[in-house]
Design a protein around this ligand. Structure first.
Ligand SMILES: Nc1ncnc2c1ncn2[C@@H]1O[C@H](COP(=O)(O)OP(=O)(O)OP(=O)(O)O)[C@@H](O)[C@H]1O
Ligand SMILES: O=P(O)(O)OC[C@@]1(O)O[C@H](CO)[C@@H](O)[C@@H]1O
Length: 304
């Protein structure tokens, strides 16, 4: 089972207009409300792939009810902890360029935190916990890290989608996979933007040396790299107009983690990860199974 943890879910209100004029009344040409938050996106893709998943996190208020209803409608297994505050609404504005307005979310109180932590008792050996997204108010910055000993005590693996020092701090605990994009990787080691694949691979190997089990480096339209103890591979992505960047990284992480948990086949997991990421980039919402299968056919992987 793969459990996703979304401590700060959101309704993603995706709106479109030809051009945004600040200080004026703007009329939308299109608007859609989606259940969002990085972990929820991970679980949605896992479910699309037919892989077992359960979504954990906090939901509250009318916005929380909306998300729960939308997930129930697709038969997503969920076990959210109820919060007194309203789950946030994030605005994803598509005009000449994409702008995201992410709210801070409700404050979580001590009783709600304790109720959430009790869920971890359900973990079994071989499960994976994917923790991603921002922390709502009320939770300490160490919240994700503090869950790791509990996850390990159940002989389960973990993934934390984070960046910077928070990412480095998790490495000694051997995350199943880390997924920086190439800009985040450069920033991590205080380097300027990398200009060669070799330099990116070298930096990726440093993350392996520090404890990551797999390093997945996404490079948007330039494809992705996968590095493990024995190999480094580059995967191409197909050329199609990208219509959506929201959730592409989550989709990639879901594709890799879910496939690896089932098969322990790094190469196949890498391929599925790229297919899920790119299929979402080419779709208005998260990728469908058909789109993932179509995109997967076009990916080629080479050892580098
Ligand atoms: N323009 C694109 N064309 C094809 N595939 C893309 C494009 N943008 C993203 N992808 C796919 O999605 C994956 C993740 O994208 P990206 O490198 O932007 O990660 P990220 O920065 O974590 O994304 P996010 O915007 O979700 O935070 C890429 O490796 C690729 O497979
Ligand atoms: O504010 P956070 O928690 O960092 O990110 C939240 C978010 O932007 O991430 C997802 C895409 O990755 C969206 O569904 C959601 O709105």
């Amino acid at each position: 089972m793969i459990y996703s943890v979304t401590l700060n879910p959101s309704i993603d209100y995706v709106i479109e207009l030809p051009e945004l004029e600040l200080g004026a009344v703007n009329r939308l040409t299109h608007g859609v409300k989606l259940p969002g938050g990085k972990g929820i996106n991970v679980s949605r893709i896992l479910q699309t792939l037919g892989l077992p998943t359960t979504a954990w996190g906090f939901l509250g208020g009318f916005t929380g009810t909306f998300i729960q209803d939308r997930l129930d409608a697709i038969d997503m297994p969920c076990d959210f902890t109820k919060t007194a505050g309203d789950t946030r609404i994030n605005v994803k504005l598509k005009a000449a360029s994409e702008t995201e307005l992410n709210a801070s979310g409700p404050t979580i109180d001590a009783a709600e935190i304790a109720a959430f932590k009790n869920k971890l008792d359900k973990l079994e050996a071989g499960d994976v916990v994917v923790m991603s997204g921002s922390l709502p108010k009320g939770l300490p910055n160490t919240f994700y890290r503090d869950l790791i000993p509990v996850i390990h005590a159940h002989k389960a693996d973990f993934v934390i989608d984070t960046t910077g020092q928070a990412l480095l701090d998790t490495l000694p605990d051997h995350p199943l996979v880390v997924k920086p994009n190439h800009h985040e990787l450069a920033a991590l080691f205080g380097d300027p933007e990398y200009t060669s694949t070799d330099a990116i691979i070298k930096a990726g190997r440093r993350l392996l040396g520090l404890g990551a089990q797999h390093v997945l480096i996404s490079m948007a339209g330039a494809g992705a790299l996968m590095i493990d103890q024995d190999h480094a591979w580059h995967g191409t992505v197909p050329k199609q107009p990208a219509v959506n960047s929201v959730g592409a990284g989550d989709s990639m992480l879901a594709g890799f983690t879910g496939t690896f948990a089932q098969t322990h086949d790094t190469l196949e997991s890498f391929k599925v990860g790229i297919a899920c990421g790119s299929a979402t980039a080419f779709s208005e919402d998260l990728a469908t199974a058909d789109k993932i299968a179509e995109v997967k056919q076009t990916i080629s992987i080479t050892e580098v």
